[in-house]
Each structure stands twice: as C-alpha cells, then as structure tokens.
Design a protein around this ligand. Structure first.
Ligand code: ADP
Length: 635
C-alpha cells in the first residue's frame, strides 16, 4: 500500500533515489539526505544509517563472542550477517534506496530467526522473541502496514509452528544444536533492546516533527482560507455593485429613450409630411437600436449572473414565428433579399408550453444577423416538427442565409461575448458582438446546443432543436382565434394593433385608469397614447397622491411607476392592498418600470401588484396585460 501524501502521518512514499550523484566512497549521511524527501523518509534513511552502525557493533561483538567459544556455525552465521549489514550500509551511503535495503535487512533477519530456531539452537528463547519484536517494529515503521504484517506473520507463524511441533514430539534435524554460554545471550539481549529503543525513539521524534509540520500547514491553510474568503467577499460586492450600476444606468437610459420612442410613435401616428415621416423613422430606428444595445448588455448581465428563469407559457409556434418574422420580412425586402418562412403545418393546430419571450430573443437575433450579413440572395427560416410523441414534440429551428459566411476558425469565437468575426465586421456592420453570446447561453441554460455550418461568401446556417410539452385537448380552432392567444413579441404588430385602432370596437374605451407617474414627459406620452383608445386617465404625481385619489374615486386599473418621490410605487401598492374597501384594495395594479432589476417580478408581486411592463413599453404589451387582469376587456 503506497500513499504519496507528504503530510500524512503514515506516509510511505516511493523509494526515490537521490537525484544528486554521490561518490561511491561517501560515508556521510548529510550527502544522502538531499533532494525532495519528506520528514518521514529522511527519518527512515537516518534510522537505517545509525541503526546499521549500532547493528554492526552488536553483531560484531556477538561474532567475537561466539568465535572465542568455538561455536562454528554461529561464528559463520554472525560473520555473514555482519558482512551483509556492512555491505548494505555502504550501499545506503552510495544510493539511499531505503525501501530495497529495508526488504533485504528483513529477509536477512527472517532467515537468521528461522535458522536459529529450527537449526542452530533448536529452541525458542527470549532472544527469539526480541528478534521477532525487532522485525515487527522495523517492518511496520519502514515499509508500512502490508509489508509489516507480512514479515511479522512470517516470523511469528514459523516460530509458532516450531513450538507446536516441539510441544509433545521430539524435534529432530541432522544437526546438533550449539549451546553458547550466558555471555552470548546477554550481548544479544542487550544489542536487541538497544536497537528496539533506538527505532522507537527515532520514529517518535519523526512523528512529532511531522505533526508539527501538519499543524503549521493547517495554520497556513487557515490563513489562506481567510484571505480567499475576503477575496470572494470583495468579488461578490463588486459584482453586486456592477449589477446595481447596470440597473441604475438602464433606468437612466431607458427613461429618456421611452420618451424618444414614444414621441416618434405618436408623431408618426399623426400623419406627418413625407419628409417629416422620413426623419421620424430615422429617429425611431436609432432610438430602437440604442434600446436594443442597452437590452443586450442587460440581458447578458442577467444571464451571466444566473438570474434567468424560463417560463412555461402556452403559445402557438406558428403565430410566434409569424410575429417574429413579420418585421424582419420588411427589413429583408428593403435590402432586396428573398425571405422565406417555412413552418411545419402540423404545428399550426398545436399549443405548446415554453418560454416564448426567450425563444423570440433567440430567433430574432439569428434572423437579424442573417439579414445583416447578407447582401444578396435569401434568408430562409425553417421550423420543422422532428418528432411527435403525442404529448411532447421535438422541433428543429434553422436560420439559413446566403451571406458573407464565417471562416471555419472563427466558428467558436463568434459565440464569445463582445466578439465579432473581424474588425471589418465592426466597422461595416456595427453591433456589440453580444447577440450570439446571449443566444448560446440561453440555449445552454435549457440544456440545448447550437449547430452551425458556414462557408465564406456562400452563407451560414444556424440551427438547434427544442422539445416542447404539448397542451393536449387544447387544439386551436381557427387562425384568427389563435392569433389572440399568441404572446406579445418583440415585434408584435399586425392584426391586433389594427383592430384596436378602430375606436368603436375598442372594449377599453372608457376604462377608469389611474396612473401614478412623476415624469411629466411620460405622463404626456401616456395621455396621448391612451387617448387613441378613448381612455382619459387620472394622474397622480407620486405614490402618496395615488393612494389619496383612490380613496375618493373608483378605478378599474392602476398603472404604477416604481421610482417616484415622496412615496414609491412599492409602498403605494402595499398601502392600497391594505385598504378596507375590498373594491379598492383589489383593484388590479400594473407596475411600470424602467429598471432592469433581476428580481423585479418577485419584488412587484411581493408588494401586491399583479404584473409589470418594462418601459419603454409596447402598446400591444400593455393591452395584453390589461386584458389578462380585467376579463371584460377581452375581444
Ligand atoms: P453582432 O451581430 O452584434 O456583431 P453577434 O454576437 O450576433 O454580434 O455576432 C457575432 C459575430 O458573428 C458577428 O459580428 C459576425 O461576424 C458573425 N456572424 C453572426 N451571424 C452571422 C451570419 N449569419 N453570417 C455571417 N457572420 C455572422
């Protein structure tokens, strides 16, 4: 059994030869204690060195003693042992391979033990017991548990066998046992005791040193841990500060953007002159672009900090794809590209569960890129039902273009945040290099993979497969009904918008709405927008005013800005929910927020509000949320 952990108490590391070459005539221990040796290995080498010297003295004395008594076999044996120990000692000072030397010494010891018991003396006496103890102690300390057990049992069992044989039988070998006098026994006992004491004291010191080293290492580790904890705390604080900074920045940027986009929308609705309309379109386009960049940065931050939660909402894939591609078709046509949207017809009558907002984000990014990086030819979006297992389906999404393509070696790097294929891309096409990073992370978080194939100047294809649970028994009856249940999308436009613009059909007409908003530009924008739907809202300039106004009037819905002076939206909502009149306490509240706080949904619902819309909000999204909360406002 070999452990290589250098701080383990029972460390038996490998028998590394010392790297530095030592001369054959070396006798110094310091020269063989160099190299990368642990405390215990050094102790082992020292034990062999000094132990051998002690053994040489002991066995030498024994040799003289038996020689003088004329005991031939014992003289030869002790001489052999003496020469072997001297040879091993020399080998040790040349190459300190303590493991090999220990094995050789143990083999010699075992042979000596067996020879004395079975042949030379043919008896077991106190010296035999001492030799066995010596072998046990030496083998365990030097070679560890397995070898320790092996040599100990070998010697013990052999002696035991001898004792059993001689218990009530005559033991006979063709050799007359030698009988040394008491002086030999005294020398042997004395030498053995000295060796046992030496081995123990030596290892005790080594263990103590090792324990001290362990303690020191432990203390160092504790100090390091404290340093690490501090560093982690610092990093967490700075990441939190970064998130807060982004959130504040987003609020600061989105608020004026809200006004710019809203104003241009309103002006465009008022039939401007063609030249004004063109300028307004540019204004709107740039503001939307800026908003997209702000949103990308925020989204990426949100994804990276792992704060993203995927929804499971019922929706129709065909409608969603049409909504996403609706606006993109125009963009493609403006560039003279052919835009094809192929959605598997089997998906038309199915409602699936998933996160339409995130799916929109993925497809929208891919399609925008396809149009952006294609000068001529076509963009082809395909949605195929790959597998239909009754209550769940696997759908393949693919966005293919005939654009500039991507070099093979850049296929991985373009998914890195803030990375574009080349500096020319940045100059020619703009962008932040975040789109694909967001797409990749959004897929990865759902356990999905993006596949990409591309050829320079030929085009690219981005594809992925996604599984959806199917709402069974909830089949969509007609197309127009299906359109209503589709979620708002980033590009929501079309049928619903046109429908609402017809005032006479508008079920929101006359809705009693209270708006708590402190920013006069936003108030003006909302008033103008709502006037299109025949709604005249009551305005409260802060949360406290909103609570007051609600006490004296009745409202169908409240739109609550969150950041307001005097009393903010959260506090105001909580006040309202505490009102005694249930009609007032339960009035639906939609939060209006320009902040992109990660846990905004939890905070909003925590304060008793029903839903929220992010500013600058899309008219469609607001209508959708109002409809969800007030059943009478349904088409
Ligand atoms: P951005 O579009 O803001 O540059 P993305 O992360 O969406 O950032 O894309 C990263 C880069 O990948 C792009 O700058 C472009 O070099 C390359 N790329 C992405 N989609 C395509 C495509 N359809 N055709 C060619 N190159 C593409």
């Amino acid at each position: 059994m070999v452990h290589n952990n250098s701080i383990s108490l029972f460390n038996i590391s490998k028998n590394y030869p010392v790297k530095q070459q030592v001369s054959f005539f070396n006798f110094s221990i310091t020269k063989i204690l160099t190299g990368n040796l642990s405390i215990l290995d050094k102790a082992r080498i020292r034990l062999l060195y000094y132990g051998s010297l002690l053994a040489i003295v002991g066995v030498g004395a024994l040799f003289l003693n038996v020689y003088l008594q004329g005991l031939q076999v014992m003289t030869t044996t002790s001489l052999l042992v003496l020469v072997s120990i001297i040879a091993l000692f020399k080998y040790l000072t040349f190459k300190p391979q303590w493991r090999t030397i220990s094995h050789l010494l143990l083999v010699i010891g075992t042979l000596l033990n067996l020879a004395t018991v079975f042949i030379i003396l043919q008896k077991v006496d106190i010296v035999t017991i001492q030799i066995i103890i010596l072998i046990i102690v030496f083998s365990f300390y030097m070679l560890g548990q397995s070898w320790g057990m092996f040599y100990s049992l070998l010697n013990l069992l052999a002696v035991l066998v001898f004792m059993i044989i001689t218990y009530d039988h005559n033991y006979f070998v063709d050799f007359k046992p030698e009988r040394p006098d008491d002086s030999t026994t005294i020398i042997a006992i004395f030498a053995n005791f000295i060796l046992i004491i030496f081995i123990h004291s030596h290892f005790y010191t080594a263990f103590l040193k090792n324990i001290k080293q362990l303690k020191d290492t432990g203390e160092e580790q504790t100090a390091l841990n404290i340093k690490f904890e501090k560093a982690i705390e610092k990093a967490e604080k700075s990441s939190q500060a970064q998130s807060e900074f982004l959130s504040t920045m987003s609020h600061e940027i989105r608020t004026p953007l809200n006004a710019v986009i809203g104003m241009s929308n309103l002006l465009l609705m008022n039939s401007p002159r063609p030249d004004q309309s063109e300028n307004l379109e540019i204004l709107k386009f740039s503001a939307n672009n800026l908003l997209a960049i702000v949103n990308d940065v925020l989204d990426f931050n949100k994804i990276e900090s792992g704060k993203i939660v995927f929804e499971k909402i019922k929706f129709n894939l065909v409608d969603l794809m049409q909504n996403i591609c609706g606006g993109q078709i125009l963009k493609a046509e403006e560039k003279g590209l052919l835009f094809k949207l192929d959605v598997d017809t089997t998906l038309r009558r199915k409602l699936v569960f998933g996160d339409p907002t995130r799916l929109t984000q993925i497809i929208f990014n891919l399609v925008s890129n396809a149009i952006k990086f294609t000068a001529e030819g076509s963009v082809w979006v395909r949605v195929t039902c790959l597998e239909d297992r009754h209550n769940n389906i696997t759908v393949g999404f693919s966005v293919k273009d005939t654009g500039i393509g991507i070099k093979q070696e850049n296929l991985n790097t373009i998914f890195e945040p803030f990375t574009q294929e080349s500096i020319t891309t940045t100059r020619q096409y703009g962008g932040t290099g975040l789109g694909l990073a967001i797409v990749k992370r959004l897929l990865e978080l759902q356990g999905l993979k993006m596949y990409i194939s591309s050829k320079v100047n030929k085009g690219s294809e981005f594809s992925f497969n996604m599984e959806f649970a199917v709402a069974t028994g909830d089949v969509m009856p007609t197309e127009s009904a299906a359109a209503k249940s589709a979620p708002p999308s980033a590009l929501a436009a079309g049928t619903k918008q046109q429908f609402i613009n017809k005032e006479e059909d508008n079920p929101m007409s006359g809705l009693r709405m209270l708006i708590a908003e402190d920013n006069p530009v936003n108030v003006m924008l909302m008033k103008k927008l709502l006037s299109k739907w025949n709604i005249t809202p009551t305005i409260a300039e802060n949360g406290e005013r909103a609570v007051e106004i609600l006490q004296y009037g009745n409202f169908d819905i409240i739109l609550m800005d969150l950041q307001m002076p005097v009393m903010n939206g959260f506090e105001a909502a909580m006040e309202i929910r505490r009102m005694t009149d249930p009609a007032k306490a339960n009035v639906p509240i939609i939060a209006l927020t320009a902040s992109a706080l990660f846990d905004i949904r939890d905070k909003v619902t925590g304060a008793g509000m029903d839903d929220y819309v992010a500013k600058p909000f899309k008219p469609d999204e607001l209508i959708e949320k109002i409809q969800n909360l007030i059943p009478t406002v349904r088409y």
